[in-house]
Ligand binder design. Structure first.
Ligand SMILES: [Zn+2]
Ligand SMILES: [Zn+2]
Length: 146
């Protein structure tokens, strides 16, 4: 289900984004890499490659054989996780760049069993464990972890 474009920016305003979400849904990742990258869970919405327009100073880091992570080179804001598996290219754009997280609701948490003991997401969301998440990634034909 498509939804309307959202515009967002990094903390300093140097990077501006226009994104057309694939669906009006937020997803959270509790994996160890996202935790270190963001300081907590990474909350994002998915955007097809043709649905994202970006201007400004972007740097990216190849974080695995199938993904890279991007940030603003001026202020360090987390911008997106990009799945780079051929045929599956998708941007998981940081919801925090958009006012009110785009106005979307959290529907899914992956690596749910890797969440710290001290906090958690409330509500009836789909929770996918590390093992289940990695089985889904393995089905893409690449590796074990995002
Ligand atoms: Zn910035
Ligand atoms: Zn993650």
């Amino acid at each position: 289900m498509a939804t309307a474009e959202r515009t967002g920016q990094c903390m300093c305003g140097a990077v501006k984004l226009t994104a057309l979400p694939k669906a009006p849904e937020l997803h959270a990742c509790q994996c160890d890499m996202c935790r270190r990258w963001c300081g907590s869970a990474f909350v994002e919405f998915d955007v097809a490659p043709e649905g994202l327009d970006v201007s400004g100073p972007v740097k990216s880091f190849v974080s695995s054989d199938w993904a890279e992570r991007a940030w603003c080179d001026a202020c360090g804001s987390t911008l997106w996780y990009k799945l780079t598996v051929p045929g599956h290219e998708t941007y998981a754009v940081s919801a925090g760049l958009f006012d009110n997280a785009g106005g979307f609701r959290l529907t899914k948490e992956i690596y749910s069993d890797r969440a710290p003991d001290g906090y958690s997401f409330a509500g009836a969301i789909t929770r996918v464990t590390k093992q289940q998440t990695e089985a889904q990634f393995a089905s893409l034909g690449e590796g074990e972890t995002p």
